[in-house]
Design a protein around this ligand. Structure first.
Ligand SMILES: Cc1cc2nc3c(=O)[nH]c(=O)nc-3n(C[C@H](O)[C@H](O)[C@H](O)COP(=O)(O)OP(=O)(O)OC[C@H]3O[C@@H](n4cnc5c(N)ncnc54)[C@H](O)[C@@H]3O)c2cc1C
Length: 892
């Protein structure tokens, strides 16, 4: 048996967790959030810490390299390697009280999950809602709040670790001879360490040997923090917790440019803020272009550079008083805001906002805080010399840490990074001020530390990992910084039009990992339930990238691995709006399915559900006891006895509007269209419907039958041509159909002028009422609304909120994600459990908790799923407004 087969079978025999050496999993873990790509040997997802320890032991028995991984958000290539990856994030998430304001936690715990009982872990990277404690320890992570609480290494009290050789111990009590070897190393090199280690708050480059000095308490735990899986595997950590400020305020200062902002930053540090963040106008331009944080950006004072100084206290008044005191003392006039989260989000979104156009590589250097302004000017000059002058500059200026992402070209990458490294050394700084070094900067260590300290680093590595099996090729004897660079794969022909081609779409995923967060927004329902990287937006983007690359996934559009990963994608489109680079997995899935099934027999569900708009014209078929191709657990909704379009009579009175009776409304819930007609008529509109049945093609799109979808859309445009010429507004009632007309249709038929006009003309009911300032009937009472996920992604639901508020309703718009049914997804065999589990994540509990409120859901799927999951009968906005007896709305 070959080595990896023997390894797999030993792992299967002794480890309870998942052992995944398949091509799909290896593809999904081939990169992190960096510029690098190295395909792993396989992935183990341990069920427990002991399971992980057995994994290390078995890999050591087979002499195979290992690498630990948490959220996989590393920016310097430290989380991809040709090794067996131990993914801690799925199960190793237990935390217990460690006494005296400490906790003991496992490496897979997500930082935000540690915040409880009024205590929190101090350092807070921007990835706080999905990065793990293991990863923070691996990288010595910091984030904005490190200004007040220090780096991760300042907050780790003790570590339980395991060496590749099998020694397991708590760092507070190291076994012999390891303990003496470490002490001897520190003694031998203490003068060199004192001389060469920069004394700045953000020294993250290099092993933390300074922690071993007697004056620093000979602290082995601290020395191992930041070692990026090259020395030990961390099994548990005892962490210092700090009181969570109950209230916060930010002082926002505008400057002529970012350099002036940086000059003033060190002065702010004296006022004990939680964070002193700086940013330039280019970052703001990036965010505006991607429509991120627009409301918060609008509240920034005028300027070309800003400082955001955050204060925390027990009350809002105290926090604001701190901000005002600082301002008075320094003679500055900030805007003071209590909305800390929205303002902080501008800075936190920076990596996502610049991703795709610019890359990490020199993204987190740090210098003494009082020199940050000068360093920034020199760094900008260097960027300009290399043709990178358009890069944005931002960072934790109070700590001297500068972030920038650069639109690197491969040819000049090495030259720039080497010059930047010399520049930062000339300032007495550190290449990395928080992200770690990985492949991007490991090679540069000798420039910062010199030969003697490098010898000490090598000896440190030999003490813990003499066989060099812990993430080899990183930090000690590293691969070159321009090895393993990820490059865009060759492009392919697609049916959908992608702005820069499909290869660019799959490369755009920057690995930020927002799709791995547990709450808020819609993305990514399947990850939230499975906690499996392959079933996250990022994992799927990686698989598609590898499919085009062709090394691991070798059978292109016919890949079973890609199909399996896409199978659990609900096509909710959540990523299209929630992902910072707007990965649009629903569209990629449709494209993939189109090619995968080309010339092949499809699953029955594609015929049953994909062709539903046609079957719906023959209701007898749908009344059959069980139409074929559907999930056993679900009954297809029954069609109504009479279609809306069969009974509708147009009236000719005021301004006209064309109501679009989609398949679902017309055939299954005609009452919604009847209600919409009543609402529109009361508002003074004269309602018409198309001269023949129309369809947006959604069900063919979601099942990847794109040729038919195009035909259907072309026919719809033909039917509507006279109406398009007449200039009447169109109203769609089913949000997913409206979203297709607004977005998918022009992407499928980009050159078709009628389709473009259709996209521009189609509005939701709420948008039309809102556009025309229609005053809806007065409706007191509580209303809970579940926005459809496609509406969330394409149209947004602000107009619904405005209309409902004008109606006097006490509205709660849920932020509960996708309902889980997602059109055909929940009706397809094999999807029922996931579909219901998605609903149970947030939506069903929220609805159960809101008894007494009326539930509004415009999506046919959402209403169906809510009924299945909770027994609650939800209604469409049109039904809700039409049900009010209080007289007609004001005319447009
Ligand atoms: C958009 C974005 C914003 C970011 N902002 C910040 C920021 O503000 N501040 C900041 O400090 N960083 C930031 N980062 C970098 C990164 O998110 C942090 O360093 C984070 O703490 C990494 O956590 P993770 O769980 O993703 O770790 P991973 O990337 O999975 O791992 C990080 C390192 O830890 C090692 N590791 C993981 N588990 C173990 C273990 N059990 N034993 C030994 N080694 C282990 C890994 O091998 C790797 O070397 C950002 C990254 C992105 C993409």
């Amino acid at each position: 048996m070959a080595l990896f087969d023997r390894l797999q079978s030993a792992l299967r025999d002794h480890v309870n967790g998942e052992i995944r050496f398949d091509r799909g999993t290896r593809a999904a873990y081939s990169t992190d959030a960096s510029n690098y790509r190295e395909v792993p040997i396989g992935v183990v997802v341990p069920e427990s810490v002991d399971d992980a320890a057995r994994t290390v032991e078995i890999c050591a028995d087979h002499d195979v390299p290992i690498l630990s991984r948490g959220g996989g958000t590393s920016l310097a290539g430290q989380c991809c390697n040709t090794a067996v990856i131990i993914d801690w994030s799925a199960h190793c998430t237990r935390t217990r009280d460690g006494g005296d304001g400490t906790v003991i936690t496992e490496p897979g715990t997500v930082l935000d999950d540690l915040t409880a009982g009024g205590l929190m872990f101090g350092p807070r990277p921007a990835t706080h809602n999905h990065c793990t404690i293991g990863g923070m320890i691996g990288n010595d992570a910091c984030g904005a709040t490190a200004q007040a609480y220090g780096k991760t290494s300042d907050n780790v009290l003790d570590l339980e670790v395991l060496t590749y050789g099998g020694t397991r111990f708590w760092t507070s009590d190291p076994p012999e001879p390891l303990g003496s070897a470490v002490r001897a190393l520190a003694d031998d090199y203490e003068d060199d360490i004192r001389a060469r280690f920069p004394r700045i708050p953000r020294r993250v480059s290099g092993y933390g040997l300074d922690a071993l000095l007697p004056e620093n308490g000979r602290d082995l735990a601290r020395a191992l923090v930041g070692s990026e899986s090259t020395l030990v595997t961390v099994l548990q950590a005892r962490l210092k917790m700090v009181p969570q400020p109950r209230a916060g305020a930010v002082a926002i200062l505008g400057f002529r440019d970012v350099f002036e902002a940086a000059d003033l930053a060190p002065a702010m540090a004296a006022y004990h803020p939680i964070a002193v963040e700086g940013m330039d106008d280019r970052l703001i331009r990036y965010e505006r272009a991607r429509r991120l944080n627009l409301a918060a950006i609008d509240r920034l004072p005028r300027g070309g550079g800003w400082l955001v100084v955050q204060f925390g206290a027990d009350t809002l008044e105290e926090a604001e008083a701190q901000a005002r005191h600082m301002a008075a003392d320094l003679g500055v006039r900030p805007v003071i805001s209590r909305d800390v989260a929205s303002v902080a989000a501008i800075r936190e979104a920076a990596v996502g906002a610049t991703a795709g156009d610019a890359w990490p590589g020199w993204e987190d250097s740090a210098v003494p805080p009082d020199r940050v302004g000068a360093y920034l000017r020199d760094l900008r000059r260097l960027q300009e010399d290399h043709g990178y002058g358009a890069s944005s500059l931002y960072g934790h200026f109070g700590h001297g840490c500068v972030h920038t992402r650069i639109p690197f070209r491969r040819a000049g990458y090495r030259a720039f990074v080497e010059e930047a490294a010399d520049l930062v050394v000339s300032y007495g700084g550190s290449f990395s001020g928080e992200h770690g070094d990985g492949l991007a900067r490991g090679e540069l260590w000798p420039r910062m530390f010199g030969d003697r300290v490098m010898a000490a680093f090598t000896r440190f590595k030999e003490i813990f990992d003499p066989r060099n099996r812990m993430s080899p090729g990183r930090l000690i004897d590293p691969d070159r910084l321009d090895d393993h660079l990820k490059t865009r794969p060759p492009d392919v022909e697609t049916v959908f039009t992608f702005r820069n081609g499909f290869a660019a779409e799959t490369t755009n995923c920057a690995g930020v990992g927002e799709c791995r967060r547990d709450t808020g927004g819609v993305m990514c329902p399947s990850f939230r339930v499975t906690r499996d990287e392959r079933h996250s937006t990022r994992g799927r983007a990686r698989l598609l990238f590898e499919m085009l690359q062709g090394d691991v996934i070798t059978d292109g559009w016919r890949s079973e691995e890609v199909k399996d990963a896409l199978d659990l994608c609900l096509s909710c489109k959540g990523c299209r709006s929630d992902c910072p680079v707007h990965v649009d997995m629903a569209t990629y899935k449709a494209e993939f399915l189109h090619h995968y099934y080309r010339g092949r027999i499809r699953p029955l569900s594609h015929y049953a559900l994909g062709w539903l708009p046609l079957w719906a014209r023959v209701p007898l078929l749908l009344r059959a006891p069980r139409p074929p191709g559907l999930a056993r657990e679900r009954d297809l909704p029954r069609p109504a006895r009479v279609r809306f379009s069969d009974t509708f009579r147009a009236e000719q009175r005021g301004p006209q509007v064309l109501l679009l009776p989609d398949t679902f409304t017309d055939n299954f819930t005609p009452r919604v269209a009847v209600a919409a007609t009543r609402v529109l008529t009361r508002a003074g509109f004269s309602v018409r419907i198309p001269r023949a049945p129309i369809c947006c093609g959604l069900t063919w799109i979601s099942t990847g039958q794109l040729g038919v979808a195009r035909l259907v859309l072309r026919r719809t445009a033909r039917v509507l041509r006279d109406d398009l010429d007449s200039g009447v507004p169109f109203v769609g009632l089913e949000p997913s159909c409206t979203a297709v007309l607004r977005s998918d249709a022009p992407e499928l038929l980009p050159g078709d002028a009628d389709i473009r006009r259709l996209a521009d003309r189609t509005r939701t009911l709420a948008e039309l009422l809102d556009d025309h300032d229609v005053d809806p009937p007065h409706v007191p009472g509580r209303v809970v609304t579940q926005p459809h996920c496609h509406q969330h992604a394409i149209m947004g639901a602000d107009a619904d909120l405005r209309v409902l508020r004008r109606s006097g309703a006490d509205v709660t718009q849920l932020d509960a994600g996708c309902c889980g049914l997602a059109g055909n997804f929940g009706f397809e065999p094999g999807h029922h459990d996931l579909s219901m589990a998605v609903g149970e994540q947030a939506l069903f509990p929220a609805l159960r908790a809101s008894s007494g409120a009326r539930v509004l859901a415009d999506g046919f799927s959402c209403r169906t799923q809510i009924e299945h999951g909770t027994g609650i009968h939800a209604v469409h906005l049109a039904e809700f407004l039409a049900s009010q007896p209080s007289g007609p709305p004001r005319s447009p």
